[in-house]
Write a new protein. Structure first.
Length: 186
């Protein structure tokens, strides 16, 4: 399999006069993804005339809950202002796993079978929606409905990558329809 590209952040506003920028972090491993010497693919926002296509991390540090980064290609405040909005990407090997065993990359979850606590097939994981409060697993049911399940331990107590499944503590209306909805369809 080929390497997979993932978004790790977006450049925010400048910080100071030397070209430091704030980073809107989009990874659970910022220390790993913004380590000195790391080269990231830069995707300027639509309509931008930025020539930047790669950025090399010189240093990064946390400052009052905000990640600040210095890139070799951004030398002053003007360049930092021009880089605002650039989305930062990195590639990972398909077999790479997060350092925390209870965390997963999106590509590891997509395609897994969704089953209830009794092993009944509920559908297939088709994606993840990342939210500020929690992530949501997108499930396509066998009858073609799309549902969203909060990706929290109370509702998704087990992820078994080796077996190719996630277990969902289903509730009426979460994945399986309410009984009256099921009767109305028939």
């Amino acid at each position: 399999m080929e390497d997979i590209e993932v978004v790790v952040g977006r450049i925010g506003k400048p910080h100071g006069i030397r070209g430091d920028v704030t980073i809107d972090v989009r990874t659970d491993e910022p220390e790993r993804r913004f380590a000195p010497g790391t080269t990231l693919r830069a995707q300027p926002p639509q309509g931008s005339h930025s020539p930047l296509r790669t950025l090399t991390v010189v240093r990064s540090k946390w400052h009052t809950n905000v990640l600040l980064a210095t890139f070799a290609e951004i030398g002053d405040r003007s360049a930092a202002e021009a880089a605002r909005g650039i989305v930062l990407h990195t590639t990972i090997a398909p077999d790479e796993a997060p350092e925390d065993p209870d965390e997963y990359y999106d590509h590891q979850l997509i395609g897994l079978a969704a089953e209830d606590l009794d092993g009944t097939h509920l559908g297939e994981v088709t994606g993840l929606q990342h939210g500020s409060a929690q992530d949501l697993l997108a499930i396509r049911t066998p009858d073609g409905r799309n549902t969203l399940v909060p990706f929290v331990a109370a509702l998704v107590p087990e992820v078994d990558l080796a077996a190719g499944r996630v277990v969902i503590a289903d509730r009426p209306g979460l994945v399986a329809p309410f009984p009256d909805e099921d009767e109305a369809r028939q």
